[in-house]
Design a protein. Structure first.
Length: 243
């Protein structure tokens, strides 16, 4: 049994997997890590992706060791992995979650041009060309960061993330929600268009667009381009790296 852990900037997600079959999963806010409990599981191997600070990783590493008696491996960004070549010029600056999500996407659609959208705290959109090369892409604020930038810098505005009913907000909160979510969806659509023709990428072949991350479902409902939600791309990449 393998324990896969995706430690993000604000949330930690985990998946217990055996032979590619999911047996249990969970998610917890990083400020509530004390509620994590792996003690009931029998685990042979544990591996984590971490983009949070070292303190968060150290806490989870210690818990995995204490409760399961196994070392927690830490996934790294490498030159090659899982059939992909990494063309990022500064691999030391590439978030490991982006690299793992690309590996996971590649194993769902090998040999295709892929555009991988991770809608988390940050919104990342990355290109994998059909010759199996991770090229990189863009980083912009995620939905919550867009909202927080208004709340923190504009007097009188308060808002919490909520589903958007209409592009016409009729309260300030609705307006902020609509602006952040339609803004993010519009940015994705434009970036996908640009990436699809980057260096004449793959001619007539339409890219496969995959969404993951905490806001994937919310943004999926607003997108006017063909795409699919694949929530477990990082876990897929971890599974490939572990095998």
């Amino acid at each position: 049994m393998n324990l896969l852990i995706d430690i993000g900037n604000t949330r930690t997600k985990w998946l217990l997997q055996d032979g590619g079959v999911a047996h249990a999963r969970g998610v917890v806010a990083n400020q509530s890590l004390a509620t994590l409990d792996f003690s009931e599981f029998q685990v042979d191997t544990a591996i984590a992706s971490c983009v949070a600070n070292q303190r968060v990783f150290d806490l989870i590493e210690a818990q995995v060791q204490a409760e399961l008696g196994v070392d927690l491996q830490r996934a790294l960004v490498t030159e090659r992995a899982g059939g992909l070549t990494n063309a990022y010029r500064r691999r030391d600056q590439l978030g490991v979650d982006r690299w793992l999500a690309a590996i996971g996407a590649y194993h769902l659609a090998p040999g295709r041009t892929l555009i991988v959208v991770d809608a988390g705290t940050a919104l990342t959109v990355d290109l994998v060309t059909s010759d199996n090369v991770f090229q990189g892409g863009v980083i912009l604020p995620g939905v919550r960061l867009m909202q927080e930038s208004l709340i923190g810098n504009t007097a009188g505005i308060t808002s919490e993330p909520a589903d958007v009913v209409s592009v016409v907000g009729q309260t300030t909160q609705e307006c902020v929600n609509a602006g952040a979510q339609y803004g993010a969806a519009g940015a994705i659509e434009r970036i996908v268009k640009e990436l699809a023709v980057w260096r004449g990428s793959d001619g007539a072949h339409d890219p496969v667009v995959m969404l993951c991350g905490g806001d994937a479902e919310r943004l999926s409902a607003l997108l006017a381009i063909e795409h699919r939600v694949e929530a477990d791309l990082v876990f897929g990449g971890l599974s490939v790296v572990l095998s």
